[in-house]
Ligand binder design. Structure first.
Ligand code: GL4
Length: 807
C-alpha cells in the first residue's frame, strides 16, 4: 500500500465529509471532523481486518475469544492513529484543513463500557493481543449508555447518563448479516424418536443479537482484531395482533423487553445485584458469542469435534461463566455430540481469570432465576453440578469440601465453582492474589486439581499509558534507551538505569514532570474550574471509591496535616496538593459519604488562608480514562493504599510508576511485585502485610483501643464528628471506623495502619526535599516498569494458557 501522507489524509477527510455529512471542509463542525477522522481510519482498519481474517482461516490458527461484560476503551482516535503510525500525519492534515488537532481529539467521548480496572484491563489486552499478532476477538455488549457521568453538586455525587454513541458510534460497524438469535424463557419438551433422545426448547422469547464491530489496530503490524459488541433488538417492532386489538402498550412490550438488555452498563464494581436483567445481559452476550464462534468454526472445518483445538474462550471474571453450559447445550442439542464428547471440548476451551476475592463480588445466582429465564441452561447446569459433586465426593470424602466446591447449593448457582469445574485454567492477576486463591478462596479445588491454577500478573498498554500520553518522557526514553525499541520491547526501559547518576538526565526528567504538571493545571482550570499550584507535590489517589481502597485513610491523614497547621500556622512545609478522583456505585451509600467528606474537607482547606501555598485538596469530577491520561503524566505521588490482601492487582499503580510517580503503598496486589523490582529504597511502603491482616482479624481486632491510645488519630477521627465549615457531620463514618454500625468496626483496618501511613507520607515529603534523590528514584521506577507492560502479560496467557503463537 502506498504510504499515507498528510496530503492523502486531507483528501480522504474531505471526501468523507462530503459523502457522509454533505459538508465541505469549510462548513464542517469539529464534531463532524472528528467523525470523519474516525471513519477514515476505520476504513483502513477494515481492509486490514479482512486480510487478517483470511490469513487466520488459511493458516487454521487457534483463535482467542476474550469475553468480558466490560471494555473500558476510552478514546480511540489518537490511539488508532498512533498504532497505524499516522499520528503526525493526521495532526498535520487537521491543521492544514484549518482545525486544531487537540480540539478534535478532545471532542471524542470516552467509550466507557466498563467500571474500572477489570474493564480497562480488557481494553489494554486487546491492544497487546493485536500487536502480538494473536488472532483474537473481544466480545461484550453494545451498551447504549456507558458508565454514568459524575457531577459533584454541593459536594455530593450526582449521576448523569452517558450517551457516548452520539459521536462514539463512528467506530462501530454494524454487521446485521451476522445476527444471532438468543432465546429466553419458555419450556423444555423431551421425547424419544428415531432411537434418539430429543430436547426441544419451545415457547421462548427471541432477542436478536446484532454485532457492532469495533476494529482494533496493532502497533507496527497489519494484524487487526475486532471488538464485537452485541446490540439487542426485538425481532418484531410490535405485536401486530395485540396492536390491532387496540392494546398498544402491550403490543410494544416484547420490543421494549428485548432492547432494554443493551440499554445500560451496570455501574457496580465488585457488587452483585442478582437482578434478572443482569442475568439476561450475561446470557445474551454469551449465547450470541458461542453461536457465532461455532458458526464460523463449522464454516471452516465442517465439524465441531476439533472446536477446542481452534478456539479458546477467556472469561474475564465469572460474568461470562454461562459460556460453559451454553457451549455444552450447543454441542449436545444442536451438534448432536454426546455429553462426554461435549464436556471434553468445553473443558479444553474455557479459561477463567478471577479478579477479586471480595465475597460481595462473588457471583451466585438464585436458581429460580435461571430456571425461569434459561430452562435448558438450567438442565445442563444441574447435570454439570451433579457430576462435579460426585467427582469431589470421590476425591475427598468430606462433606464440608463437597459443600464448599458445589456448583448448585442452597438454592444458588455459584459461578466461580462453575468456572473452576468447566475450565482448563484458573488464574489470579498478581502473585499475591493467585497465592490467596490457592491457599484460601479456592483451596479445595486447588487440592484436587492443582495443575489448573496459574498466575498472570496484570499489565497495561504502555504505548497508550506512556508513549502516547507523555510525549516528553517518550522523547527522553528514545534518546536514552535505544530509540523506539521499548515500544515493542518494554524491558528496554531498564537502560534508563545507566543514567541514575547523570545530573543532566535527572534534570531533564524533572523538567518533563514540571511541564506535565503545568499542562495538567491548565487542563484542570479549563475543565474543572480549579487553580492548582504547580509548586506543590501532586499527590494523587484516583480509582473507584471503595472502602477497601481506603480513600478515607488518605483523608484522615490530610485532616492530621491540617490540624498540625492549625496548631502552628507559621509552620513552614513543603506545599502539597492532594488530588482525588473516584466514582461511587450509585447504590453504595458509604462510598458516596466518603466523596462528600473529601469535598467538605477540600472546601475547608481551600478556603482557610493558613493553608494558602501549603495545603490544597481537590476532588476531580468525573474521573475517567481521558482524565487519567492527562493526570498521570503530571503525578508525583501515587497512592496505592488498599488493605493488604484485598486489591487483586491494581493497574493504576503500574501507570503511575511508568510515568515516574513514586508510590506510597501497602504490600498488596501488584505493589508486591513493584517492591520486588524496586526494593524498600525506591518506594514508600507501609502497613500490615496480608498475613498480618488475617492474623489480626483472627485474634480479634479492636479499633477502639487504637482510638483511645493514639491522640493524633483520635483528633483526626473526632474531626469527622465535628465536620467542617459546611456544617455536615460525618458521625456515620466515625461510627463505622470506631464503634461499628451494623457491622464490625473498621473492617479495612484504617486505624491499624494510620500511624504507619503518616510516617510513610512523612518520609515521602522528606525525600521530595532532595530533588536529585527524588529524580533518581523516579527514573528508576520508570526503568523497572517494563515488566508491567500488557505485552508481557498477554504473552504469558498465550504461552501458558491459550497455547497460541505470537510475535
Ligand atoms: C479488579 C481488581 O479490583 C483490580 O485490583 C484488578 O487490577 C482488576 C483487573 O484485574 O480487576 N477486579 C474487579 S471486580 N474490578 C477490578 O478492577
Amino acid at each position: 500500500m502506498a504510504t499515507v501522507t498528510s496530503k492523502t489524509l486531507e483528501g480522504a477527510l474531505g471526501a468523507k465529509l462530503r459523502l457522509n455529512f454533505g459538508s465541505t471542509v469549510e462548513e464542517a463542525t469539529d464534531a463532524q471532523m472528528m467523525k470523519a477522522c474516525a471513519l477514515v481510519l476505520r476504513d483502513m482498519m477494515a481492509i486490514r481486518e479482512v486480510e487478517t481474517k483470511q490469513m487466520v482461516r488459511r493458516e487454521e490458527k487457534r483463535q482467542v475469544h476474550y469475553m468480558s461484560l466490560e471494555f473500558l476503551m476510552g478514546r480511540s482516535l489518537m490511539k488508532n492513529a498512533y498504532n497505524l503510525g499516522l499520528l503526525p500525519q493526521l495532526r498535520q492534515a487537521l491543521e492544514n484543513l484549518g482545525f486544531r488537532a487537540a480540539d478534535i481529539f478532545e471532542l471524542e467521548p470516552d467509550a466507557a463500557l466498563g467500571n474500572g480496572g477489570l474493564g480497562r484491563l480488557a481494553a489494554c489486552y486487546l491492544d497487546s493481543m493485536t500487536t502480538l499478532e494473536i488472532p483474537a476477538t473481544g466480545y461484550s455488549i453494545c451498551y447504549e449508555l456507558g458508565l454514568f457521568r459524575q457531577k459533584i453538586i454541593e459536594g455530593q455525587q450526582v449521576e448523569l447518563p452517558d450517551n457516548w454513541k452520539d459521536l462514539g458510534d463512528a467506530w462501530l460497524m454494524p454487521k446485521p448479516q451476522e445476527t444471532e438469535e438468543v432465546h429466553f424463557g419458555g419450556n423444555i419438551r423431551e421425547f424419544w424418536a428415531d432411537g434418539y433422545h430429543h430436547v426441544v426448547h419451545e415457547n421462548y422469547q427471541t432477542v436478536l443479537a446484532i454485532p457492532c464491530d469495533m476494529e482494533i489496530a496493532g502497533y507496527e503490524t497489519r494484524h487487526t482484531n475486532t471488538l464485537r459488541l452485541w446490540d439487542a433488538k426485538s425481532p418484531s417492532p410490535v405485536d401486530m395482533s395485540l396492536f390491532s386489538q387496540g392494546e398498544y402498550l402491550k403490543a410494544t412490550e416484547a420490543h421494549a423487553m428485548a432492547e432494554v438488555i443493551a440499554k445500560v452498563l451496570y455501574p457496580e464494581d465488585k457488587h452483585i445485584e442478582g437482578k434478572s436483567l443482569r442475568l439476561k445481559q450475561q446470557y445474551f452476550f454469551v449465547s450470541a458469542t458461542v453461536q457465532s464462534v461455532a458458526r464460523r468454526h463449522l464454516e471452516t472445518y465442517g465439524t465441531l469435534k476439533n472446536f477446542h483445538e481452534k478456539n479458546v474462550f477467556q472469561v474475564n471474571d465469572t460474568h461470562p461463566a454461562l459460556v460453559i453450559p451454553e457451549l455444552m447445550r450447543l454441542l449436545i442439542d444442536d451438534a448432536g455430540l454426546s455429553w462426554d464428547e461435549a464436556w471434553y471440548i468445553t473443558t479444553h476451551s474455557v479459561a477463567y481469570t478471577n479478579h477479586t476475592v471480595l465475597s460481595e463480588a462473588l457471583e451466585r445466582w438464585p436458581q429460580d432465576l435461571i430456571q425461569r429465564n434459561l430452562p435448558r441452561i438450567w438442565q445442563v447446569l444441574v447435570e454439570i453440578s451433579n457430576r462435579w459433586q460426585k467427582k469431589v465426593e470421590d476425591f475427598y470424602h468430606d462433606s464440608t469440601k463437597t459443600e464448599d466446591m458445589a456448583i448448585i447449593w442452597g438454592g444458588q448457582v455459584r459461578m466461580a465453582n462453575l468456572c473452576i469445574a468447566g475450565g482448563m485454567a484458573v488464574n489470579g492477576v498478581s502473585g499475591l492474589h493467585s497465592g490467596i486463591l490457592k491457599k484460601d478462596l479456592f483451596r479445595n479445588a486447588y487440592g484436587m486439581e492443582p495443575w489448573k491454577f496459574q498466575n498472570v500478573t496484570n499489565g497495561i498498554d504502555h504505548r497508550r499509558w506512556l508513549s502516547e500520553i507523555n510525549p516528553g518522557l517518550d522523547r527522553l526514553i528514545r534518546d536514552l534507551a535505544g530509540g523506539d525499541e521499548y515500544l515493542l520491547h518494554p524491558t528496554a526501559l531498564s537502560r534508563l538505569d545507566d543514567y541514575a547518576d547523570d545530573a543532566e538526565v535527572l534534570q531533564r526528567l524533572s523538567e518533563i514532570k514540571r511541564k506535565n504538571k503545568e499542562a495538567f493545571a491548565d487542563y484542570a482550570r479549563r475543565t474543572q474550574d480549579v487553580v492548582l499550584n504547580p509548586d506543590a507535590i501532586f499527590d494523587v489517589q484516583v480509582k473507584r471509591l471503595h472502602e477497601y481502597k481506603r480513600q478515607l485513610l488518605n483523608a484522615l491523614h490530610i485532616i492530621t496535616l491540617y490540624q498540625q497547621l492549625q496548631d502552628d500556622p507559621g509552620r513552614s512545609m513543603q506545599p502539597q496538593t492532594f488530588l482525588f478522583g473516584a466514582k461511587a456505585a450509585p447504590g453504595y451509600a458509604v462510598a458516596k459519604r466518603i466523596i462528600h467528606l473529601i469535598n467538605s474537607l477540600a472546601d475547608q482547606i481551600n478556603h482557610d488562608p493558613i493553608c494558602k501555598d501549603k495545603l490544597q485538596v481537590v476532588f476531580l469530577e468525573n474521573y475517567r480514562v481521558s482524565l487519567a491520561e492527562q493526570l498521570i503524566p503530571a503525578s508525583e505521588v501515587s497512592q496505592q493504599i488498599s488493605t493488604a490482601g484485598k486489591e487483586a492487582s491494581g493497574t493504576g499503580n503500574m501507570k503511575f510508576m511508568m510515568n515516574g510517580a513514586l508510590t506510597v503503598g501497602t504490600l498488596d496486589g501488584a505493589n508486591v511485585e513493584m517492591h520486588d523490582l524496586l526494593g524498600d529504597e525506591n518506594m514508600f511502603l507501609f502497613g500490615l502485610h496480608a498475613d498480618e491482616v488475617a492474623e489480626l482479624k483472627a485474634r480479634g481486632y479492636l479499633p477502639q483501643r487504637l482510638y483511645a491510645r493514639d491522640p493524633i488519630l483520635r483528633r483526626a477521627l473526632d474531626q469527622l464528628k465535628t465536620g467542617f465549615r459546611d456544617g455536615v457531620s460525618y458521625e456515620d463514618l466515625f461510627a463505622r471506623l470506631v464503634t461499628g454500625s451494623n457491622c464490625a468496626a473498621d473492617e479495612y483496618l484504617l486505624l491499624a495502619d494510620f500511624a504507619a501511613y503518616c510516617a510513610a507520607e512523612k518520609r515521602m515529603v522528606e525525600t521530595y526535599a532532595n530533588p536529585a534523590e527524588w529524580n533518581r528514584m523516579s527514573l528508576h521506577n520508570i526503568a523497572r516498569s517494563g515488566m508491567f507492560a500488557a505485552d508481557r502479560a498477554v504473552a504469558e496467557y498465550a504461552d501458558h494458557i491459550w497455547h497460541v503463537g505470537h510475535r
